[in-house]
Design a protein around this ligand. Structure first.
Ligand code: ADP
Length: 326
């Protein structure tokens, strides 16, 4: 029965370093098990617009170290409609594909969940996003690389911040999740992180200022998660300039550089392990699960759980940032 599996693999939504390592692991594990693999270009767009190519082991040679995704990625509005998903299913069946591996973030997982409820397609998903905002997994493919990129950037900004005795707000990605901001702040020794998860509990800016920012230091660096809730780095800088004009404030928005670069060893290993596990899950007859990692062990997380938007962040770490920056 296993021999009849034909897996289509796609990367969808925001790209993340390590997606190539994931594609490689899926392809090679499948071929090792005698399963056919097809690469679907541009996420769900490739299903809807029929861009599907047979994959051999050579298709994934020399990509483990490359950022981005050789399959390309896209956002696909057509897949949000029942007609679009029907076309996607018809194209998939016509190409001989009878199982999918979806590598992507929260939106891609939601799309997979919807598709699996409408059609008889087993899907194994892998969390590929720098944001680390998927529930049921301690970390996601790309998160560690992005965190390291942020750390390197903040190290450089600190040199100029110190020389000029400035307050820097550095905005990082995260799509309404504070993992990159909080752990980026810890890794770079920043004075504070401002994150959406704690926004409703206190005015983090007022707290920061009243905690005596710059009392004993000649510069301060604050990492801000991009989010309507935090107001972003620009919003906070504007507030400081209005409410505390004594500060010399600067803003740096790290932007898309956080998505790029060669994946770290951690991300390559995670992607390789999850890719193998995704194919094994399909071989075991599992369906509609996201491969997650909890306490170092791979686990299967049902889609419905993975897309919950309340992944907990360790709040005690916020306090630790304060303690370590006195
Ligand atoms: P990410 O996977 O990085 O979170 P997006 O949120 O842009 O990225 O989602 C990627 C794609 O997943 C969307 O462009 C769309 O094709 C599909 N998708 C997202 N949500 C849904 C949904 N509710 N129904 C169907 N498809 C969806």
């Amino acid at each position: 029965m296993n021999k009849k599996l034909c897996i289509g693999v796609l990367t969808s939504g925001g790209d993340a370093p390590g997606m190539n390592a994931a594609i490689r692991a899926v392809t090679r594990t499948a071929i090792y098990n005698g399963i056919e693999v097809k690469g679907i270009m541009r996420g769900y767009k490739g299903l809807v617009f029929n861009e599907i190519i047979p994959f051999k082991t050579e298709n994934v040679s020399n990509i483990i170290q490359r950022g981005g995704t050789i399959l390309k990625t896209a956002r696909c509005d057509e897949f949000r409609t029942p007609e679009g998903r029907k076309t996607a299913y018809d194209n998939m069946v016509a190409a001989g594909i009878n199982a999918l591996v979806v590598i992507g973030g929260d939106g891609s997982m939601t799309g997979a969940y919807q598709f699996a409820r409408e059609f008889d397609v087993p899907i194994a998903a892998m969390p590929g996003t720098i944001d680390n905002d998927l529930y049921g997994t301690d970390t996601t493919i790309g998160y560690d690389t992005a965190l390291n990129t942020i750390m390197d950037a903040v190290d450089k900004i600190r040199d100029t911040a110190t020389s000029h005795e400035r307050l820097f707000f550095i905005e990082v990605m995260g799509r309404s999740a504070g993992f990159l901001a909080l752990n980026g702040a810890i890794a770079s020794g920043a004075e504070a992180a401002i994150i959406p998860e704690m926004y409703t509990e206190a005015d983090q800016l007022d707290e920061l200022i009243s905690n005596g920012m710059r009392k004993s230091k000649n510069s301060s660096i604050v990492l801000v998660a991009e989010s309507e809730l935090t107001g972003g780095a620009m919003g906070l800088a504007k507030r400081v300039q209005e409410e505390y004009p004594q500060y010399d404030v600067r803003v740096s928005i790290l932007g898309h550089l956080q998505r790029g670069g060669s994946p770290t060893a951690s991300d390559r290993i995670l992607a390789s392990r999850m890719g193998e596990a995704a194919v094994n899950a399909l071989l075991d007859g599992q369906r509609n699960v996201m491969i997650g990692i909890q306490n170092g062990n791979l686990v299967n997380v049902p889609f419905s759980k993975a897309i919950r938007d309340d992944k907990p962040i360790d709040r005690s770490l916020m306090n630790m940032v304060k303690i370590l920056s006195i």
